[in-house]
Ligand binder design. Structure first.
Ligand code: BV8
Length: 302
């Protein structure tokens, strides 16, 4: 059969000018968002099929939600842990990991908590997880500093096993709305999980474990911020920032685009939606590669 070469997904002129810039760059940043993992089957937050359409994610991803209803928040995160474990890194994750291996002055800032960049063997010293990871857990007790990374137990406790029926997500707004209908509706009812069924801190023995992610209203991990701040301080000039699969609406993560611009960076956006530009908009000399990151990145980073 004819092996048709993969049709080039980006305009030739843009490809050439971008690659010339990338190859001559000594300091490059990549800012990653949920769109990078869309082709791995994980829903984004805002777009079609986005979590925030089917969940009150901004309500669930807060310390208040956890203290009010830790069982519900754990059901949300347990489902996302389960989905992320079923997913696989896509060619974009691998292309970024490859670039990180071959380019010294390259730093990757990921907003994603899905664990797919680490699973693509992205060099650890060049991957900063701005919002933590679904697979870190820590004690929710303020005075206990228990922290555990690489916890892949699924479900993390038996009570969080997905309902057997069609394995559907028990924490969608629709499922939650139906809870009071459980008696009339044969769907498995979601028991109000009380604390005794939830993961307990093995160190202090009384605090509940919580997902090791950054919730709204919480500071980003200070070690991560410190590393990035010193990396940027060491950079006289930043040549390029790639803004990949993110609507760049969540701060302070999105602010790195402007910090890079302030150090001379040109901006290359990779996004499915032509309208999703960084807040500072596009400038002369920037690139906008429209389409699926999983298709575009292997092409422009080779
Ligand atoms: C802080 C972890 C202060 C958890 C996340 C008003 C009220 C309250 C707070 C605020 C406010 N205004 C601003 C704030 C601050 C707030 C914020 O920015 N809110 C937003 C909503 C306005 N920020 C915070 O609260 C931060 N903390 O400010 O603390 C402080 C300081 C010091 C001391 C104490 C306190 C903490 C923010 C971190 C929140 N945690 N995640 C979890 O995941 O459950 S945020 C989460 O949402 C992600 O990590 C990510 O950052 C964000 C989602 O954005 P994206 O990744 O961009 O995803 P999205 O769906 O939006 O876009 C996908 C894009 O991909 C789209 O453009 C789409 O077109 C594109 N796409 C789709 N498919 C593809 C594709 N592209 C390419 N290929 C494809 N196939």
């Amino acid at each position: 059969a004819l092996h048709t070469a993969r049709a080039s997904v980006v305009p030739q002129a843009d490809l050439e000018s971008f690659q010339a810039c990338l190859n001559s760059s000594t300091r490059v940043i990549a800012l990653l968002g949920a769109g990078l993992s869309a082709s791995s089957g994980l829903p984004t937050f805002r777009g079609a099929g986005g979590l925030w359409r089917t969940h009150d994610a901004t309500d669930l991803a807060t310390p208040q939600a956890f203290s009010q209803n830790p069982g519900l928040v754990w059901q949300f995160y347990s489902y996302r842990r389960h989905m992320a474990l079923q997913a696989k890194p896509n060619p974009a994750h691998y292309a970024l990991a490859e670039l990180a291996r071959r380019k010294d002055g390259f730093m990757t800032l990921s907003q994603n908590v899905d664990g797919l960049s680490p699973r693509a063997n992205h060099p650890e010293d060049k991957l900063k997880l701005l919002h933590g990871s679904l697979f870190n857990v820590k004690c929710s007790d303020f005075f206990c500093n228990y922290f555990e990374s690489n916890n892949y137990t699924d479900p993390i406790v038996p009570a969080l096993a997905l309902p057997t029926q069609n394995g559907s997500d028990p924490t969608t707004t629709e499922a939650l709305a139906n809870r009071e209908l459980d008696i009339s509706d044969e769907r498995v009812s979601i028991p109000e999980l009380d604390h005794s069924h939830l993961p307990k801190c093995p160190r202090c023995q009384h605090g509940l474990l919580r997902p090791g992610v950054v919730w709204f209203g919480e500071a980003l991990p200070k070690q991560v911020i410190g590393d990035i701040t010193s990396w940027m301080a060491d950079s006289e000039k930043i040549d390029l920032i790639m803004v990949i699969g993110t609507s760049a609406k969540v701060y302070p993560a999105a602010a790195y685009v402007d910090s890079a611009r302030a150090k001379g960076a040109r901006v290359a956006v990779v996004n499915m939606d032509r309208n999703d530009e960084p807040a500072s908009g596009m400038r002369d000399g920037d690139w906008f590669f429209q389409g699926d990151a999983a298709q575009i990145l292997p092409e422009i980073l080779k």
